[in-house]
Write a protein that binds this ligand. Structure first.
Ligand SMILES: NC(=O)c1ccc[n+]([C@@H]2O[C@H](COP(=O)([O-])OP(=O)(O)OC[C@H]3O[C@@H](n4cnc5c(N)ncnc54)[C@H](O)[C@@H]3O)[C@@H](O)[C@H]2O)c1
Length: 158
C-alpha cells in the first residue's frame, strides 16, 4: 500500500514551484491531487503530466477569505489546531526560507549570491525538500504533530 492511498489532497498554488513539487511527490506516493492555481495553462499541463490521479481547478486563494498575512496564518494554525484536535484534524504551517523557484527568478546572480550568504547553510532550498516536509506532515507518520509552525530555511530564522 502506498503512503497516500485513498487520500485526496488539494494543493493551492500548485501549478509551479513548491506546490508543483508537492503535487508530484504526493501523486508518486499514491495520493489523488487537486491542483488549484490562477495559472490555468501551467496547472492544466501539470495535471496532464501527472495523469489520472491529478486534476486542475482554477482557484484564487485571495478571493474567499482575503487566505491572510503570514503572521495571521501562524495564529490561525494554532487556534484551528486547538478547535479541530478533537475531530482528529491536524493543522500545521510550513515556513520556507529562500527556495529556488520562479518566485525568486528575478534576482541577478549577484543578488542570489548575497542572499545565500545570509543563510547559515549557504544555499537555497529546493522545492523538492519542502515537498518532503509537507508529505511527512500529511502522512500518518506525523500523527501527533498539530498546531506546529515548521521552518524549512537552512536556519535563516534561527
Ligand atoms: N521561494 C521562496 O524563496 C519563498 C520564500 C518564502 C516563502 N515563499 C512562499 O512559498 C509559497 C510558494 O512559493 P514558490 O516559491 O513555490 O513560488 P512560485 O511563484 O513558483 O509558485 C507560487 C504559485 O502560487 C500561485 N498563486 C499565486 N497567487 C495565487 C492565488 N491568489 N491563488 C492561487 N494560487 C496563486 C502562482 O500562480 C504559482 O503557481 C508562496 O506563498 C511564497 O510566498 C517562497
Amino acid at each position: 500500500m502506498a503512503r497516500f492511498d485513498n487520500k485526496v489532497v488539494l494543493v493551492s498554488g500548485g501549478a509551479r514551484g513548491q506546490g508543483a513539487a508537492e503535487a508530484r511527490l504526493l501523486v508518486a506516493q499514491g495520493a489523488k491531487v487537486v491542483i488549484g492555481d490562477v495559472l490555468d495553462n501551467q496547472g492544466q499541463a501539470l495535471a496532464v503530466e501527472l495523469g489520472p490521479a491529478a486534476s486542475f481547478v482554477r482557484h484564487d486563494v485571495t478571493s474567499e477569505a482575503d487566505a491572510a498575512t503570514k503572521w495571521a496564518l501562524r495564529g490561525m494554525t494554532k487556534s484551528a489546531a486547538i478547535d479541530l484536535g478533537g475531530r482528529k484534524i491536524r493543522v500545521n504551517s510550513v515556513h520556507p526560507g529562500p527556495i529556488d523557484t520562479d518566485m525568486i527568478a528575478f534576482r541577478t546572480p549577484e543578488q542570489r549570491e548575497a542572499r545565500m550568504k545570509q543563510v547559515p547553510m549557504h544555499r537555497y532550498g529546493r522545492p523538492e525538500e519542502v515537498a518532503q516536509l509537507v508529505a511527512f506532515l500529511l502522512s500518518d507518520e506525523s500523527n501527533y504533530i498539530t498546531g506546529a509552525e515548521i521552518a524549512i530555511d537552512g536556519a535563516s530564522s534561527a
